[in-house]
Write a protein that binds this ligand. Structure first.
Ligand code: MN
Length: 243
């Protein structure tokens, strides 16, 4: 499984999609703008194991703000939302207020419709993300992707019903491991964030998430098989409609 992958941004995306659809049980293709979602949805509609999420990446909020109404109108047409969220890094200080406006409006609409699966970017903005999530408890199932916040906010996120998608980079870092140790294992999912991540000078691909399993097995003190069973059950629960 890969719960956060920019499959449309790899070179030869379509060719790759065939392979991913065959090899991977479930891939959530997150888009960076509503127009990209429209285009990519058309291209990917024949791949039953790939779901295309409607997104507006916070790093380009200022460039895609004019697509917000398309975003809000499109939410009713999909269960999968992402990548959305906030980026509080110094580089994006100027657009932070705008990012908040967009994220709040999108979450309000998700809350109105309910039952969405939402992949959320929260770098440097955990508190602001949580402040908005708490306002919209009926949006569905938020997944914090590549969580990098502190352990106190992590507790709040868990209480709010967040899930967490974790990848190879995260689990190889000390801080990432500490975070994962503090997440109940029922709430853990896998991701690559490819093609923005790499391994041995090549992109990470959705099937590479299985490389996370030995690390998780160590943290959870179980064998790889149990780990795999746990993750599969987490995925099934995520995708079930009414839980
Ligand atoms: Mn991403």
């Amino acid at each position: 499984m890969d719960l956060h992958c920019h499959l449309d941004l790899y070179p030869n995306a379509l060719e790759l999609a065939h392979k991913v659809n065959k090899q991977c049980e479930f891939t959530l293709l997150v888009t960076t703008s509503p127009k990209a979602w429209l285009e990519t949805s058309k291209k990917m509609k024949y791949f039953s194991n790939i779901k295309v999420a409607l997104g507006l990446h916070p790093e380009i909020a200022h460039l895609k703000y004019d697509e917000l109404s398309l975003f809000l109108d499109s939410i009713k047409n999909t269960r999968f939302i992402g990548e959305i969220g906030l980026d509080g890094s110094p580089k994006y200080t100027d657009t932070f207020e705008l990012q908040i406006q967009i994220f709040d409006k999108v979450m309000a609409e998700c809350n109105f419709q309910g039952n969405k699966i939402i992949s959320i970017h929260s770098r440097g903005a955990t508190k602001e993300i949580l402040n908005i999530l708490v306002k919209y408890p009926n949006s569905g199932k938020p997944i914090l992707h590549w969580y990098t916040g502190n352990l106190k906010d992590l507790k709040v996120a868990i209480k709010l019903g967040c899930r967490f998608s974790v990848g190879l980079q995260m689990i190889k870092s000390k801080k990432g491991q500490e975070i994962i140790r503090n997440i109940p294992k029922e709430l853990v999912l896998l991701e690559t964030d490819g093609p923005f991540t790499s391994l041995n000078n090549d992109f990470l691909y959705p099937w590479d998430t299985e490389k996370v399993i030995p690390y998780l097995a160590e943290i959870w003190e179980c064998d790889s098989k149990e780990c795999f069973v746990q993750l599969n059950s987490n995925l099934n629960l995520l995708l079930k409609s009414n839980l």
